[in-house]
Ligand binder design. Structure first.
Ligand SMILES: CC(C)(COP(=O)(O)OP(=O)(O)OC[C@H]1O[C@@H](n2cnc3c(N)ncnc32)[C@H](O)[C@@H]1OP(=O)(O)O)[C@@H](O)C(=O)NCCC(=O)NCCS
Length: 196
């Protein structure tokens, strides 16, 4: 499975022509279900957002699988050399629960720590967003805390887990993993150079 994803998942930086696709994705109920907000976005909102992106350090990618655009990934609120809040959604639900998000998160964190030199990644996840929680936790993330009854949506309150990954923990886990599975890790590193 890992090798198959290495071959088929691609990242490309978002471009202006992706704005309409991103707008539709970001408003889709399957995407917003466990996100803080359910925005109604206009084309003008998107253009303003894109113009603002050029002024800041945040990075957004479109994720494709087997040449089909299926979602996005991001490093947001980037504080140079320090931290960022990753974002991800797989908008095309046919591609969920196949381990793609887990794989993409692994790649984003490698990029954040190795290429950007960040030391911490962090973010909030609604307690019932099991897919997101598992995709992060299975990449070595930890739960730093829980904000009780923090978000009200879909007529109910949700707890929010604050999750994080530190560079030193990621390095340590990675070294252990490389020792245990040297062949897989070698393939993964080579692929990393191609993908991002
Ligand atoms: C969150 C999201 C990106 C997960 O995508 P995905 O491709 O389904 O996730 P993966 O297939 O990589 O799953 C990761 C792990 O979680 C597990 N998992 C996935 N969905 C699960 C669920 N509903 N319950 C329990 N475990 C689940 C999988 O078993 C997998 O582990 P495995 O590969 O070892 O079996 C996707 O559901 C999504 O786009 N949601 C909408 C946007 C969103 O909520 N983004 C995250 C905001 S924090």
């Amino acid at each position: 499975m890992l090798n198959e994803k290495n071959a088929k998942v691609r990242f490309r930086p978002i471009a202006k022509y992706d704005l309409e696709l991103l707008r539709k994705w970001r408003m889709h109920p399957e995407v917003t279900k466990y996100l803080y907000t359910d925005p109604i976005l206009t084309k003008e909102d998107q253009e303003k957002w894109y113009a603002n992106l050029q002024e800041i350090n945040d990075i957004y990618w479109i994720i494709s699988y087997d040449k089909i655009d299926i979602g996005y990934a991001a490093l947001r609120d980037v504080v140079s050399n320090i931290s960022a809040d990753p974002g991800i959604f797989i908008a095309d639900t046919r591609y969920r629960k196949k381990g793609i998000a887990k794989f993409v998160i692994g790649k984003i964190q490698e990029y954040a720590f190795e290429v950007m030199g960040l030391s911490k990644l962090y973010g909030p996840v609604l307690s019932e967003n099991y897919g997101a929680l598992m995709a992060y936790l299975k990449n070595g993330w930890i739960i730093e805390g829980c904000l009780k009854r923090h978000i009200y949506k879909n007529k109910k309150y949700y707890d929010v887990y604050m999750i994080a990954l530190f560079r030193e923990d990621w390095r340590l886990n990675r070294r252990t993993f490389s020792r245990l599975f040297p062949i897989i890790c070698k393939g993964e590193r080579q692929c990393q150079k191609k993908i991002i």
